[in-house]
Design a protein around this ligand. Structure first.
Ligand code: FAD
Length: 457
């Protein structure tokens, strides 16, 4: 076979890349291609933070390919049309790509297969490129996917994992293929100031450092907001600059309780991906409706804005929302408690919050974001759908010294220890010294409203 196209999507790396390996094994030359899919942009996924990280990833991928004698071909437009154009220009016999899980990815794959096969060419879709275990690889007896994490994890952990593949030594690309200019981060505006750097090299450096250090304290430290002791690998897993298979494999090799707890979290990612693959509509629709009568975006407009801007008057909520804006990333505990605050305390539709997260998160991911939001809102896979996280209790438990709040809410810097979680308890002039809002909602009234709405009273 002469020419194969490797279509990169959420797998922007050279290490452990089954589609690239298959193409190199079967063809004389290979066209490494990335298409900026305009349909994804139109669906609201073209957030500046992710575009900047993506630009880093594409430039790094191109550099890695050039070191091996190749280069990246970059196009923008309708993905199927652009792939077909490249196939015709190079007279490629086949296209290799990773399987996707969203409704859009599934439809796009079908359209591409039809277009290629209609023209006598073939599409090879590879599993276990984006996730560690393919959706549908393990299933319960009575369904096409697991709806509960614990039994899923048991099967996931016991399942055989494919081998990790090395990066290719050489990539030969046919001459004279036109490419648009690769995007750069510098062209983008509206980026979070503390945004992480993208690219496979950066991802691999972070993974190695994590396996040498942080992973060993992960079991005890992962919920400590101020300690910030999680891996920060989520954007690399989202863009596929790290392979989930390789991350799991190397973490298991590192061993110990920290590694076990970390691998379990990575399995949550696979869990949500297999739910979305089986129920693509759950990116917008409740997986399990609770007949919620959410407050409308109009009636709760001011509270939604306060939540987004980090001025709810609940310090730990505000700290986490400001971290999101500043870094394009938020600690998992922060995501849990801010999402609970919006969906259950303010009783606002989870889709409003999910959309805001997607507009800022550098790891913003349709499976992980939408299904975690549903998990918190109680419309998804949580087996305790009516639990509500109290922001004061959460703050005192996961930021006992108040250091996380003081880092992100400098107005409260002068308040020592856990007192920072309840500034409203200060009296008179002492309270007046802090330019910080009063709580926008009374927690016990909010709890009563939620219980009533869910019919639990
Ligand atoms: P670590 O604690 O080091 O975990 C390692 C990896 O495991 C992560 O990088 C991630 O890929 C995976 N992981 C960890 N926790 C979860 C989880 N609960 N669900 C799925 N995968 C998990 N994660 C995203 O990658 N993208 C999102 O858009 C996203 N949105 C979220 C929205 C809400 C409301 C909530 C509650 C969680 C969301 N998460 C999302 C999951 C989780 O918060 C992040 O993956 C995690 O905080 C990333 O930091 P880390 O890489 O340091 O995680």
């Amino acid at each position: 076979m002469n020419v194969s196209v490797v279509l990169f999507t959420s797998d922007l790396r050279l290490h452990d890349h089954p589609p690239l390996r298959a193409a190199l094994d079967g063809s004389r030359t290979v066209v490494p291609l990335f298409v900026r899919d305009r349909a994804v942009d139109r669906a609201g996924f073209a957030a500046p933070n992710r575009l900047a990280f993506l630009a880093d990833c594409l430039r790094d991928l191109d550099a890695g390919l050039r070191e091996r004698g190749g280069r990246l071909v970059y196009r923008a437009g309708d993905l199927v049309d652009e792939v077909c154009k490249v196939v015709t220009e190079t007279d490629a016999d086949e296209v290799h790509m990773a399987a996707g899980v969203s409704a859009h990815a599934q439809r796009r794959e079908e359209r591409l297969r039809d277009a290629l096969e209609g023209d006598g060419r073939r599409l090879h879709v590879h599993d276990e490129v984006v996730t560690a275990l393919a959706p549908g690889e393990v299933t319960p007896a009575s369904s096409d996917h697991f709806a509960v994490f614990t039994p899923y994890f048991r099967r996931w952990a016991g399942h055989h994992q494919r081998q990790v593949l090395g990066a290719p030594r050489a990539v030969r690309v046919p001459p004279d293929i036109g490419s648009d200019r690769l995007p750069t981060r510098a062209e983008l505006s509206g980026l979070s100031a503390g945004l992480a750097t993208g690219g496979e090299r950066e991802g691999r450096k972070r993974l190695t450092a994590w396996l040498r250090g942080g992973i060993h304290t992960y079991e005890d430290g992962h919920d400590d907001l101020a300690g910030d002791a999680t891996s920060h690998l989520s954007p690399h897993l989202h863009f596929g600059t790290l392979s989930a298979v390789e991350v799991v494999h190397r973490a298991r090799k590192a061993g110990g309780p920290g590694a076990d707890a970390f691998v379990r979290q990575v399995a949550w990612r696979d869990f949500h991906h297999q739910v979305l693959a089986a129920r693509p509509a759950s990116s917008r629709k409740d997986l399990r409706t609770r007949d919620d009568l959410w407050r409308s975006s109009d009636s709760a407009a001011r509270e939604i804005e306060d939540w987004k801007e980090g001025r709810t008057g609940y310090p730990v909520v505000d700290a986490a929302m400001r971290q999101l804006r500043h870094e394009g990333w938020m600690h998992n505990r922060g995501r849990l408690l801010t999402a609970s605050f919006l969906a259950k305390t303010l009783y606002v539709d989870w889709r409003v919050g999910a959309e805001h997260f997607i507009s800022l998160l550098v790891d913003g991911d349709i499976a992980n974001n939408q299904l975690n939001w549903q998990w918190v809102a109680g419309t998804g896979t949580d087996s305790r759908p009516n639990r509500v996280l109290n922001p004061v209790v959460q703050g005192k438990r996961y930021d006992p010294e108040g250091a996380y709040v003081r880092r992100w809410v400098p107005e409260l810097e002068g308040l020592g220890g856990a007192a920072v979680h309840e500034p409203w308890k200060l009296k008179g002039p002492e309270r007046a010294a802090y330019d910080y809002p009063e709580p926008i909602v009374d927690l016990s009234e909010a709890l009563a409203r939620f219980k009533h709405a869910r019919g639990k009273e």
